[in-house]
Design a protein around this ligand. Structure first.
Ligand SMILES: [Zn+2]
Length: 123
C-alpha cells in the first residue's frame, strides 16, 4: 500500500481497536432478525423492477399490459418481473376476466419504494 492509500484508509477507520462490550452484547443478538431481509433489496436491485415498483406506488393497480407499455417492454418481460416481485412478496395480483392486475403487497412496500426514491433524490 502506498502512503497515500494508508492515509485515506485511516481517515475513516478508528486509530485504535477498542469496542464497547456491553453495546456489542446488546446489538449482536438483534442482528439475527435481518436474516432474509436482504432478499427484498435483491428483488429491487434491478432498474426495471424498481421502475415497476415505483409505477405501482403511483397507481393502485396495473394490469400486465399497462406495465409492459409503461416500461416499454413485451408483456412477457413485464410478466417475468411482476412474477419475481410477487414471489418475493412485494406484489400481489388478482385476475379479473381476461386481465391480471398487480399491486404492491401492502403499505410497507409502498413506503419502502417511496422512501428509497426520496433518499436517492436528496443525496
Ligand atoms: Zn408489510
Amino acid at each position: 500500500m502506498s502512503e497515500e492509500v494508508i492515509k485515506k484508509a485511516s481517515k475513516d477507520t478508528c486509530d485504535t481497536f477498542c469496542y464497547d462490550e456491553v453495546l456489542v452484547q446488546r446489538v449482536q443478538p438483534e442482528i439475527e432478525k435481518v436474516e432474509g431481509v436482504e432478499l427484498i433489496f435483491k428483488a429491487l436491485s434491478d432498474a426495471t423492477r424498481m421502475k415497476i415498483a415505483y409505477a405501482l406506488t403511483l397507481e393502485k393497480e396495473l394490469c400486465v399490459c399497462d406495465v409492459a407499455n409503461i416500461i416499454g417492454s413485451t408483456t412477457a418481460t413485464a410478466s417475468h418481473h411482476l412474477r419475481l416481485l410477487r414471489n418475493m412478496k412485494l406484489a400481489k395480483y388478482r385476475k379479473e376476466g381476461k386481465l391480471v392486475f398487480y399491486s404492491l403487497a401492502d403499505n410497507h412496500v409502498h413506503q419502502l419504494v417511496s422512501i428509497a426514491l426520496l433518499h436517492s433524490k436528496e443525496v
